[in-house]
Each structure stands twice: as C-alpha cells, then as structure tokens.
Design a protein around this ligand. Structure first.
Ligand code: NAD
Length: 280
C-alpha cells in the first residue's frame, strides 16, 4: 500500500503560510497585485484563471483581471504587457496559455519583465534556474519538489527518471531534481526501452500527456510515482498519465489525480507572487 501524497492538503498548508506572510508584508507597507491576462474564453483556461483569482483572494493579494476577446491582436496584447510592466502596483504578470493561434506565445512570454515573470517561463528565469541563480521557478516542477519534501521523501542521491521534456514540466523538473542532488534521467517520445529505463527510478515523474499510459511494468517495487498528467477519461472523470489502480500497490508513494500535483501549481504561483512583492 502506497502513501498517498495529498497535494490538496499540502497546497492548502502552503497557502496558509503565504497568507501569514502577506499579512506581515502588509503591516510593513509592502503590497502588490497579480495581473491575470486571458485572451478568448477557452473553458479550461477560464477555470484555471478563476482558481488563480480565488487563490489570490485567499492569501490576501489583489488580482487584476484582463479578459480580452479572442480576436485581440498580438500587438494589442504586447502593448497591454508593456503597460503592466510599467505599473508599479503590478508585481506579477500571468498570461494564461494557450493563446489563440494568431499570437506568438514565445514573443508574449519574452515581453513580460523578468521581475514580474511569476510563471517562470521567461528565458531569463529559465537561465537563472539552470545556473542556480535567484529567479522565479516554474510552478509545476517547484510544486513537485515541495510535495516530496513535505512528505519527507528523500531526493538526494536518488535515481529520478522524468518522462517528458517540455519547457513547462519535463526540463525544469530535471533541473530542480538536479539541484536537489538526484541522479536524473530525462526520457521522451524517442527514448528506447522506456519501461526498462523507468524501472531504474526511485522517483518516477510522469509528464507525457498520455492518459493512463504508465502501468506496473514501468515501475520498480517501492518507487515514488508523481503523476503530472491531467485528462478526462471516457466517463468524463479526471485521470492522469498513470494507471493508478495498477501502480499504487507497488509504489511506496504516489500522487492521485485529481488532488496530487494539480493544486500545487497554483500554490507555487502564489509563492512566486509573494516573493515578487517581498523583493518590491
Ligand atoms: P507536452 O505534450 O508538452 O510534453 C509531453 C512530453 O512527453 C514530450 O516531451 C514527449 O516527448 C513526451 N512523450 C510523449 N509520448 C511519449 C512516449 N510514448 N514515451 C516517452 N515520452 C513521451 O506536455 P506537458 O505540457 O509537459 O504536460 C504533460 C501533462 O501534464 C499533460 O497531461 C498536461 O495536461 C499535464 N500538466 C499538468 C500540470 C499540473 O498543474 N498538474 C501542469 C502542466 C501540465
């Protein structure tokens, strides 16, 4: 029987801690707002945006909503970002992805001032993470590190295998695991003998975006399994990249979907906002 890593509970603890920090910041006259920009009305994006606004309200920071129509041009969006970069009160800028196809996401990410890049996607934030300098960390991988640490799971010296090499999960995850002194292997769609490689993992992080793909044959007895995937199954129920029922009995610890990695992403976004307000 695996320990179920309770991301809902851990993220709530983090938000409670942040709430206290924000109150202390306010007492010292340090305040700031998170600007949340959404282009179009994709239903999944609207849910994420609403959750982010609610988290801001919970910890006590202001959120400023910019809900732009689908037909907003790239120029208009870039000009809004330039305006937000210049606003003293705005300490964090979040542009909800994906953007409509006519807008270049990379251009938009690079337009955000690195001092306000609370998603940690700007090349300067990524570069700082690579060389271990101060900067905003990518929220989902940073949340996974917190899940492990707060569940007393040792990372130092462990074999960590990551499935997926995306810029928002796989690659930053590898860097943060390396920072915690794990021995890291990154696997991807061209990896040969995936199951064999995964079986070496003490900690297996699955971020491949394939519903219920990873079964028992990929997992070593006693491994820690972190499931980043989020999907809807045939019954419209949320599920991950891992076959939970098959893997849970052989893992020593596992994250459920929902209630594992998902809630941590927003908690770490809030952490980045509080860090930005602190640095003023
Ligand atoms: P992505 O599609 O950008 O990347 C998927 C990666 O998996 C790629 O690098 C690809 O090489 C690898 N891959 C695909 N098929 C493979 C195979 N058969 N064998 C080995 N590797 C394979 O996805 P992403 O943005 O990194 O997201 C991954 C999943 O995590 C998605 O389900 C996404 O919805 C979810 N996600 C969740 C959160 C959260 O907060 N919980 C945050 C971000 C992403």
């Amino acid at each position: 029987m695996a320990m179920i890593i309770d991301g809902k509970k851990i993220s709530q603890q983090i938000k409670e801690e942040l709430k206290e920090k924000v109150a202390l910041q306010k007492a010292k006259g340090k305040t700031g707002a998170l600007a949340v920009v959404q282009v179009g009305a994709d239903p999944a994006s609207s849910v994420y945006v609403r959750n982010k606004k609610n988290a801001c309200a919970f910890i006590g920071i202001e959120s400023l909503a910019y809900e732009l129509p689908e037909e907003t041009s790239e120029e208009e969006l870039l000009s809004l970002i330039a305006e937000l970069n210049g606003k003293e009160k705005v300490k964090g800028i979040l542009v909800q992805l994906p953007l409509p196809a006519h807008i270049n996401e990379d251009k938009v990410i690079q337009a955000i001032s690195p001092e306000k890049d609370v998603d940690g996607f700007h090349p300067q934030s990524v570069g700082a993470m690579v060389i271990g300098e101060k900067g905003f960390l990518s929220c989902t991988p940073a949340g996974i590190i917190q899940l492990l640490k707060r569940s007393d799971i040792e990372i130092c010296g462990k074999n960590c295998v990551i499935i997926g090499r995306s810029n928002i999960v796989g690659k930053p995850m590898a860097l943060l695991m390396l920072r915690e002194n794990a021995t890291v292997t990154i696997t991807h769609s061209k990896t040969q003998n995936l199951a064999e490689v995964c079986k070496q993992a003490d900690i297996l992080v699955v971020a491949m975006g394939k519903p219920q793909f990873i079964g028992a044959e990929y997992v070593k007895e006693g491994a820690v399994v972190i499931d980043v995937g989020i999907h809807r199954d045939a019954d419209n129920k949320l599920c991950g990249d891992v076959k939970y029922g098959e893997v849970e009995p052989i893992a020593s610890a596992i994250t459920p979907v929902p209630g594992g990695v998902g809630p941590m992403t927003i908690a770490m976004l809030m952490n980045n906002c509080v860090q930005s307000i602190e640095e003023g």
